[in-house]
Design a protein around this ligand. Structure first.
Ligand code: SF4
Length: 692
């Protein structure tokens, strides 16, 4: 990092990388950002930060940024720079032409979990008013949509139960399908502090992540289950709780419903640890011991990540963990709970803001007449009562010819979504693809209109982190593009004939507060006064709600849900004998658009394939060799890293680089409830050499 002299001013803002949501003081000399200093008063980070937040901000001023709108009639044409008025008029005209030819539902939009709540809110509002349909979805579709579904079904709210501070009171911490030291480093430090104080750790993950054994921290149990068997595992844990009489009967009787049906189901022999051993490959004795440790703890907390959600049974697994927490009374106080570690900085917020095709802001269903009426009155527009298309349905409908125009806000779907060749075919088939982003990313290579977006250093608004904490994002510099990102959808809507305008993003938050009961008490003024608040923030909780479901669940009684294990259809076979699973590393962030444009690139310059020594040896693969990974959907070439962090039969990679990473080979399988892709289970063959 460059420290170019004493700062002349400081702006307090929020990191734009992961869902921890660390607060920083951006120190400037004149107009130049010289360093990012973690804020001691930050509610999420208390003065700590990781390498990405501290050092990886150079992308904001990287020469690759596109600063002017651009248009081209065909994706084989050269881009043509135009002014904002021309670009916005062009988008509005083309979108209306498509609707005239193919119907109101032929266009839609995708919001970004990297943009502010205010940026996201205006995109979903543009789709619902100016576009006149509910074809809006979010990149959370491909990460934590099962969290939203599963926690709503069981607890009544689509969000994690605790604040980060709560981990300091946990006696037992269960980490499932998450790698906090790489994905959520500042929260991982808090967790490790508690573990060093004596809390016990259980890790449920196919890979031996750093937490399993690191300086001064060692997991009591590591359950390295086979990818795709989470539900069998959580059912076995529940089986031990029920059959060994470890249930918190007082809590269940007072607070929950449908327990008896679940208990009868879970007590069946097919859910025993012995049965689960056959499915998961984890010794039954370890499953029993881990279940006893969790159930007998004074306070036991579950933290989980995409290793839970990105499966064909992602939603089932979320509900399975909720069952476990309710059965043992581990909900509603410090040190307990079911806590998603959200990937992107504003993935919670993008969901809260009504980015799903079936839900208006605040997770209210579009088919609810009374709810729709409230929005219609304020927005002055009639809203469609039918849910719109999800992202994978948009792709399918594009290939069928009925979906023709797409607006993509700050998301590289061509790189991040599964089965790359299918995604490319769908995007290529569109009559109009509009990309709003910082860089000409992989998706923009297929676009007709490019609308330059702003980095977090230019934004004015809010992000909501994984603990529901709404943090202010304050502008460190003026928008290099000459336009705030929230203004773009407003102007497109206006050009399409719907009056949408705000003077300032605080007005957008004021509107959100009027329309969203959990945000009713939120305003920029309050955030400036308190630093941050955790929603629900309203008359009942004017300063926010660190822990949810304290006296009762949001839905009244917590609901047990029967969680039958249904194996994924993606199986290892003679032709594809290995299972590929995916993750991320500390120095990179998602598709790498930002971190690849910072000095971090020197630490991790490519995606690699981790392969067990036995699996490498039988294939004649040595450390550093190029290998070809082939699945039923595609083929890619990566460099091999021999590692016993994976069990035999399982290989692992990341997805930070375009056109080489995991999504070239991942399948179209997805969660039964939400269509979240099954990124974590792909049957592959690995062969030496670059064959493609
Ligand atoms: Fe940013 Fe996450 Fe690192 Fe905090 S932990 S500095 S939010 S990337």
């Amino acid at each position: 990092v460059v420290q170019l002299g004493m700062p002349t001013r400081t702006v307090k803002t929020t990191c734009a990388y992961c869902g921890v949501g660390c607060s920083f003081n951006a120190e400037l000399r004149g107009d130049e950002l010289v360093r990012m200093v973690p804020d001691k008063e930050g509610g999420a980070n208390e003065g700590h930060a990781c390498v990405k937040g501290r050092f990886a901000f150079g992308y904001a001023t990287h020469p690759d940024r596109v600063l002017s709108p651009m248009i081209r009639e065909s994706i084989t044409d050269e881009w043509r720079e135009v002014d904002w008025e021309t670009a916005i008029g062009y988008v509005a005209t083309r979108m209306r032409e498509i609707q005239a030819r193919h119907g109101v539902g032929a266009i839609g939009g995708i919001t970004s979990s990297r943009c502010t709540n205010e940026d996201v809110y205006v995109v979903q509002k543009m789709v619902r008013t100016a576009f006149g349909n509910n074809n809006v979805d979010t990149c959370a579709r491909v990460c934590h949509s099962p969290t939203g579904y599963g926690l709503k079904q069981t607890f009544g709210e689509s969000a994690g139960t605790q604040d980060f501070r709560s981990v300091a009171k946990a006696d037992v911490i269960v980490v499932i399908g998450a790698n906090p030291t790489d994905g959520h480093p500042v929260f991982a430090s808090r967790m490790k502090r508690r573990l060093r104080e004596g809390a016990k750790l259980v890790v449920i993950d196919p890979r031996r992540i750093d937490l399993v054994r690191s300086p001064h921290v060692e997991a009591e149990y590591h359950l390295p289950l086979a990818p795709g068997t989470n539900v069998a595992m959580v059912n076995a844990l529940g089986h031990v709780v029920v059959t060994e009489d470890l249930v918190d009967r007082e809590f269940v009787a007072a607070r929950c419903e449908d327990f008896d049906a679940w208990a009868r189901f879970i007590a069946r022999p097919e859910h025993s640890p012995e049965a689960a051993e056959e499915i998961t490959g984890v010794p039954a004795a370890d499953i029993r011991a881990a279940a006893r440790l969790y159930a007998r703890a004074g306070n036991a907390a579950i933290y989980y990540g995409l290793g839970v959600t990105e499966h064909s049974q992602g939603s089932t697994m979320v509900m399975g963990m909720a069952n476990l927490a309710m059965a043992t009374g581990n909900i509603g106080r410090d040190g307990v709970g079911v806590n998603p570690l959200r990937g992107q900085n504003n993935v919670q917020g993008s969901c809260d803001m009504g980015s799903f095709p079936h839900e208006l802001p605040g997770y209210r269903h579009v088919s609810d007449d009374a709810v729709r009426q409230v929005f219609e009155n304020l927005w002055g527009s009639t809203l469609a009562p039918q849910p719109g298309l999800r992202i994978p349905n948009m792709f399918d409908s594009a290939l069928e010819g009925s979906f023709r125009g797409l607006y993509v806000q700050g998301e590289d779907i061509a790189q991040s979504d599964p089965n790359t060749s299918h995604v490319y075919a769908a995007l290529r088939s569109l009559d109009l693809l509009v990309v709003q982003d910082l860089f000409l990313n992989e998706t923009a290579q297929l676009a007709h209109v490019f609308l330059p977006g702003t980095s977090f250093l230019e934004k004015d608004g809010t992000f909501t982190n994984a603990e529901r904490r709404i943090n202010r994002v304050r502008p460190v510099m003026a928008p290099a593009t000459g336009k705030h990102e929230w203004q773009i959808p407003c102007e497109i809507a206006q050009a399409m004939g719907y009056d949408m305008s705000y003077d300032d993003p605080s007005q957008i938050m004021d509107e959100i507060a009027v329309l969203t009961p959990t945000f009713a008490g939120v305003s920029f003024a309050k955030l400036d006064r308190l630093g941050s608040v955790q929603w629900p923030c309203n008359d009942a909780a004017p300063e926010g709600t660190p822990i949810m479901h304290v006296a009762e669940f949001v839905r009244g009684r917590g609901r047990f849900v029967v969680t039958a294990f249904v194996p994924t259809t993606e199986r290892a076979t003679r032709r594809y004998p290995l299972i590929l699973t995916t993750g991320r590393i500390l120095s990179q962030y998602n598709v790498g658009a930002q971190t690849r444009r910072t000095p971090n690139v020197f630490w991790h310059a490519e995606d690699v394939l981790e392969i067990h020594p036995h699996d490498a040896e039988v294939r004649g693969i040595s450390e550093g060799d190029e290998v070809t990974i082939t699945s039923r959907t595609g083929e890619t070439v990566l460099r091999a890293v021999i590692s016993d962090r994976m069990p035999t039969g399982v290989v692992y990679t990341t997805f930070h680089y375009p056109l080489s990473g995991a999504n070239v080979v991942t399948t179209e399988n997805s969660d039964w409830a939400t269509n979240c892709p099954e990124y974590k289970v792909t049957a592959v063959q690995v062969t030496p050499g670059a064959q493609s």
